[in-house]
Design a binder for this molecule. Structure first.
Ligand SMILES: NC(=O)CC[C@H](N)C(=O)O
Length: 196
């Protein structure tokens, strides 16, 4: 397959950084705001930002049902931070009315690292990514409270999973798009290639 077309859900959040990381990882990266754009991509990144806002805008723009349909039909998706929350089947402490796309059998806790640790960097061992540990940028990050049998933990920090894969779905609590290291995006691009 030539370069896969990977969309970045461009409703709110750090869209530009993901587009750049995907291009550097060898994908053709495009913004997704409309149904036709969503239907045209081989895979989708859900960026970091504010999960409540992204979820509300996805409902307002009429994208939520199609996102769920495509994810459950096997479209590869990768969520960082707020995107991880959106790919979780369950949020432990949802704001009222907060909906997710779901797909990964896990429960996440929003803003889990607490006020003292609103933002920090940490070295994270993630053996699925070749070439050594990754530098994790955590910004009001969630952690994974528990995972079901189908979800594989790829990395943990402070005793909690912070990177999870379930078949065609990938999620990290941290933001690899902010570090200039494209290895996590390369892993996702590889997942998109092998889904075709
Ligand atoms: N950096 C982020 O994406 C933060 C996520 C945000 N705390 C949320 O709950 O959606």
């Amino acid at each position: 397959m030539s370069a896969p077309t990977i969309g970045v859900l461009a409703l709110q959040g750090d869209v530009r950084e993901h587009l750049a990381a995907l291009e550097a990882a060898g994908a053709k990266a495009v913004q997704v705001r409309r149904l036709e754009e969503l239907d045209a991509v081989d895979g989708l990144v859900i960026p970091g930002g504010e999960s409540t806002t992204i979820s509300k805008l996805a409902l307002t723009f009429g994208l939520m049902d199609r996102l769920r349909e495509r994810v459950s039909a096997g479209m590869p998706a990768y969520g960082s931070c707020a995107g991880m929350i959106l790919l979780a089947d369950k949020i432990l402490d949802p704001r009222s009315g907060q909906e997710t796309i779901g797909g990964i059998d896990m429960i996440v806790r929003r803003n889990a690292f607490g006020r003292q640790n609103e933002s920090f960097e940490a070295t994270v061992e993630m053996p699925a990514v070749p070439g050594g540990p990754v530098e994790g940028v955590f910004i009001r990050a969630p952690w994974v409270e528990s995972t079901g049998a189908a979800a594989e933990t790829l990395a943990s920090y402070d005793g909690h999973p912070v990177a999870v894969r379930q078949r065609h779905l990938l999620a990290t609590a941290f933001h690899p798009e902010l570090t200039g290291d494209q290895r996590v995006h390369a892993l996702f691009t590889q997942m998109v290639r092998s889904a075709h």
